[in-house]
Every structure is written in structure tokens, then in C-alpha cells.
Design a protein around this ligand. Structure first.
Ligand SMILES: Nc1ncnc2c1ncn2[C@@H]1O[C@H](COP(=O)(O)OP(=O)(O)OP(=O)(O)O)[C@@H](O)[C@H]1O
Length: 249
């Protein structure tokens, strides 16, 4: 029997998702550990977002299970999964553009803590996360006035306002400059260092190779490899999947 600490924060077991006759995710089992960044990569259409949607409860699988810290949540509503510590960001930015960066965080904190804790807690947590994510210099700017790359960090900071234990990031580095991606990588490592489990879907393979301790690779809905960046880089099935699309970093 596993000790409680060996239980992954997030697990999928044999998850299968079908859209009509098309199997978008085929019998996929992956794990996301606490205190680490886990990569989920694969060519376009491989099933990464569909797997995220299944984990968060937006998409029903036809087979398999989703577990958060050992608790089977396969049939639970998205908000119940959020209460168990699951948060995510989306490929398309989902921010309030006419609110300041600070207020985007506060709104999330107010909603999350409604009826539980006071406003002072939300303010303190907002300040802490602005600092932790490196957003203090743009805290009072409207989101519409900051570059897309920084707005992606706001999405992460806002997700953190729900005090998640596991965070799913869907292409968070798209639209970032080289420097922004470098800062983003350092931030992910800092967050994992605080004990957060992070699952990173990202086409920027150098970023994935740099920050992830484990990487899962999907191709045509199936898991074709799981391993360390070094193992993934040299895996023949992964190299074959990326030929003609992108190079494995
Ligand atoms: N709602 C849907 N209805 C029908 N087919 C869908 C739906 N959503 C996704 N698909 C199909 O399922 C497959 C997996 O799509 P998905 O978006 O999960 O891939 P992805 O790995 O996230 O791709 P990308 O890297 O391009 O974002 C694709 O063939 C896609 O066309």
C-alpha cells in the first residue's frame, strides 16, 4: 500500500474521451506530483486540452477515473473539484480587461472566500501573490494596458487566489517574449518550491524541458511516453511524433 505522501496530487487512470466516432483521449493514465512541474506535451490535436477539460470536469470521459489527492472525482462537478484544490488557466485569456491587475486578483479572492474569511485576508493574499508572481510593477494598471505575456502571469496569479494544491496551465507562455518566458520559468519553479503541483501544457519545448521534472507525451489521444526531460528528448516514439511538426528540444 502507498503511504499518503506517495499519493499523486492528481491522477488520471485509463481516461478515454470520444467525440462521436473520434477518440480524442485514449486510455490515458498520468500523474502530477506535489512540489513539481509536470509537462503534458504533444503535437496539435493530440488531446491535451481535452484531457485538461476532463480533469476539471468540463468534459465527461466514457471510461477511466480522475483522482485528486487519492479522491475519485470522476463524477463530481467542476466547483467541487475546485474546492478540493484544483485550478486552471485557459489558452484564451479569461481576464477582466477593464479592471486593474490587482482587482482581477481581488475579485477571484472575494468569490473564493465569500462567507469564509474577511477582506483583510484577500488584500494580504493579493499583495503576497503580486509579489510572488512578479506583478507588483503593473499591479495598478488595467489588464488591457499590459502586454499579453504579462497578462498570462495575471491569469496564473488569479488562479492562485483560490489557494489551489494543483494548477493546470494551458499554453501559458504563448505570446510571451523570450525574457517574459525566462521570468515565467523562474516563477513556476518558485511556485512548485512552495509545494504546489503544476501540470504544464505548452508548445514551447525548451521551457518544458527546463522546468519539468516529469513529462507525459500524447499523440493522437494516446500516451506514447512518460519520463524525465532527458528520457523524453531521446525517446524514439516522441521524436517520430514530432517529425514534421516541431523539433524536440
Ligand atoms: N468539442 C469537440 N468536438 C469534436 N472534436 C473535438 C472537440 N474538442 C476537441 N476535439 C478534437 O479532439 C482532438 C484533440 O483536441 P485537443 O484540443 O484536446 O488537442 P490539443 O492537444 O489540446 O491540441 P492543441 O495543441 O492544438 O491545442 C482533436 O482532433 C480535436 O479536433
Amino acid at each position: 500500500m502507498q503511504s499518503p505522501d506517495a499519493t499523486p496530487l492528481l491522477e488520471t487512470r485509463g481516461v478515454t474521451v470520444r467525440f462521436g466516432g473520434h477518440v480524442a483521449v485514449n486510455d490515458v493514465s498520468i500523474a502530477v506530483e506535489r512540489g513539481a512541474v509536470t509537462g503534458l506535451i504533444g503535437p496539435n490535436g493530440a488531446g491535451k486540452t481535452t484531457l485538461f477539460n476532463t480533469v476539471t470536469g468540463l468534459q465527461k470521459p466514457i471510461a477511466g477515473q480522475v483522482l485528486i489527492d487519492g479522491v475519485d472525482v470522476t463524477t463530481k462537478a467542476p466547483y467541487k473539484r475546485a474546492h478540493l484544490g484544483l485550478a486552471r488557466t485557459f489558452q484564451r485569456l479569461e481576464l477582466f480587461l477593464s479592471l486593474s491587475v490587482r482587482d482581477n486578483l481581488r475579485v477571484a479572492g472575494d468569490i473564493h472566500r465569500a462567507g469564509t474569511r474577511g477582506k483583510a485576508d484577500v488584500k494580504a493574499e493579493t499583495d503576497r501573490l503580486l509579489e510572488l508572481t512578479g506583478l507588483t510593477d503593473v499591479a495598478d494598471k488595467d489588464v488591457s494596458d499590459i502586454p499579453t505575456g504579462r497578462a498570462r502571469v495575471v491569469e496564473v496569479a488569479r488562479a492562485l487566489m483560490t489557494s489551489p494544491r494543483v494548477l493546470l496551465l494551458d499554453e501559458p507562455a504563448s505570446g510571451q517574449t523570450e525574457q517574459e518566458t525566462e521570468d515565467f520559468a523562474a516563477m513556476l519553479v518558485r511556485l512548485a518550491g512552495e509545494g504546489l503541483g503544476i501540470c504544464l501544457v505548452e508548445h514551447d519545448l525548451p521551457l518544458v524541458m527546463k522546468v519539468c521534472s516529469q513529462i507525459h507525451v500524447l499523440d493522437y489521444g494516446a500516451l506514447i511516453a512518460s519520463g524525465t526531460p532527458e528520457e523524453i528528448r531521446h525517446d524514439p516514439a516522441v521524436i517520430a511524433a514530432y517529425i514534421g511538426t516541431e523539433e524536440v528540444a
